[in-house]
Design a protein around this ligand. Structure first.
Ligand code: FE
Ligand code: FE
Ligand code: ZN
Length: 282
């Protein structure tokens, strides 16, 4: 069975996202832990969380994926921005325990000219300061397009960070299909090679989730502009190979395509159909 969902707005609360996911035949979803531009998170409503957990259990959802705000940049040259990033990361991880066993995805950050090594050190420092052996959340570093001075454009950069994390069981990677193509990995024509490379550099057991997006621009463009499924440089055929690939098909997929909820529903229906036909060998 294909585990697939999409990004949903958290503005109406947790249970509302669960209901919305069910309506579009999703069995998971992604949401922002707070305003994507940062700022204070809403007070947790325990009854609302409980209602979501009931939906999650009753419908055997794949792990939910929380996304950190884009403004979280622990590699900033400004002390103030780094302190802000650490406080959000810490607070988010504490709040995540209301949704046991979920994933928390963040953009590693932009080193803004200080260099990749300096940036990676700041990231490792934050991860080791706040990830605890007791937490049930797995923290995921997202593969990045390499826009500007973004860290995480290559598997080597991500591994540089991952290998220095003390709580190895609590960290992994979220592969964004738009970003890896932009970053220079040809998942359209050389999916097998890209996965072999990932395995060699990081290890496939660290791959925990996929952001499933088409890309407006092509290989090595470093643009980070998402497109609807089948309407970009990746295309429906390559996306079908991705969701049906033996090492990927058991992972949860999260759509971040430019869609409203109905549009997401149509993409989910399309992809479920493809997956179903493929697994029946038609
Ligand atoms: Fe992201
Ligand atoms: Fe993404
Ligand atoms: Zn993106």
């Amino acid at each position: 069975m294909l585990h697939i969902g999409c990004h949903l707005s958290a503005s109406k609360g947790f249970a509302a996202m669960g209901r919305e996911a069910l309506k579009i035949n999703a069995d998971t979803f992604q949401f922002f832990t707070r305003n994507p531009r940062g700022g204070a998170a809403k007070e947790i409503d325990e009854a609302d969380v409980k209602a979501l957990l009931q939906i999650v259990q009753a419908n055997a959802f794949a792990p939910l994926l929380a996304h950190a705000p884009y403004t979280l940049n622990v590699c900033s040259a400004k002390e103030e921005t780094r302190t802000f990033a650490r406080s959000i990361f810490k607070d988010d991880l504490e709040r995540m325990e209301y949704l046991p066993g979920s994933y928390y995805n963040f953009h590693p950050g932009s080193h803004v000219g200080q260099g990749v090594d300096v940036g990676c050190d700041f990231i490792v420092e934050m991860l080791n300061a706040f990830i605890t052996p007791q937490q049930s959340t797995t923290v995921l570093l997202e593969t990045m397009a390499g826009k500007g001075s973004e860290i995480g454009r290559s598997f080597e950069e991500l591994q540089n960070i991952l290998e220095k994390v003390e709580q190895q069981e609590k960290v992994g990677i979220c592969l964004d299909t738009c970003h890896v193509l932009d970053g220079g990995y040809d998942i359209v024509n050389r999916l097998e090679e890209v996965l072999e490379k990932f395995d060699k550099v990081i290890g496939l057991k660290k791959l925990r989730a996929v952001h499933l997006n088409d890309s407006m621009y092509g290989l090595e463009s470093h643009k980070d502009r998402h497109a609807k499924i089948g309407e970009g440089a990746i295309g429906l055929e390559a996306i079908s190979r991705i969701i049906c690939h033996p090492v990927l098909k058991t992972l949860p997929f999260y759509l971040e395509t430019p869609n409203d909820v109905q549009g997401y529903g149509e993409e989910i229906q399309l992809l479920r159909g493809i997956f179903q036909r493929e697994s029946e060998g038609k």
